[in-house]
Design a protein around this ligand. Sequence first.
Ligand SMILES: Cc1cc2nc3c(=O)[nH]c(=O)nc-3n(C[C@H](O)[C@H](O)[C@H](O)COP(=O)(O)O)c2cc1C
Length: 170
Amino acid sequence: MPKNLIVYFSHAGQNWFDGGLKEIKVGNAKVLAEKLSKILEADLFEVETIKTYPFEYMECCDEAQKEQRANELPELKKYLDGIDEYDNIILAYPCWWGTMPQAMFTFLNHYDFNGKNIYPICTHEGSGMGNSENDIKKVCSTAIVHNGLAVRGSTVYECEDKLNNFAKNI
Ligand SMILES: Cc1cc2nc3c(=O)[nH]c(=O)nc-3n(C[C@H](O)[C@H](O)[C@H](O)COP(=O)(O)O)c2cc1C
């Protein structure tokens, strides 16, 4: 039986929903990661940075943009000992400035994904997957990167069909 790992980064706090700001207690990518872990009986790993991103949406956007422009790789609080035991790795993250948050790049740079299946899932407010699939292919050049699933953040509590269909291909 193949072994599945879900790695996610998600930001609770103020966020953009259908043209307005709203506060959320649990981030959208985290909601999807937890739902999918039940469907796939997958292990879950949260990517957490040592630094804290601002609660306010606009401030968080500024911080993330600065980080991206400088290609900073924020330090993570913890890592998995290894990923050898996993066949399939699902990456769940919000679209930040057209791609993954820099923290996901930190995580991906830390391991060798040779021969692993990678399945990206991106929450967004209009950009879909953005450039994230291409970026994953660049960082994990010897992995098999499958087509991603883009889910609008405001629909994470009602996307069971989409998620089940996606899970069937893993
Ligand atoms: C720093 C930042 C940058 C964002 N950039 C984009 C973007 O480029 N395109 C987009 O569609 N949504 C963008 N968004 C919206 C988020 O992708 C969307 O709200 C997502 O559902 C948040 O998921 P989360 O709650 O798991 O963090 C951005 C949000 C933040 C906080």
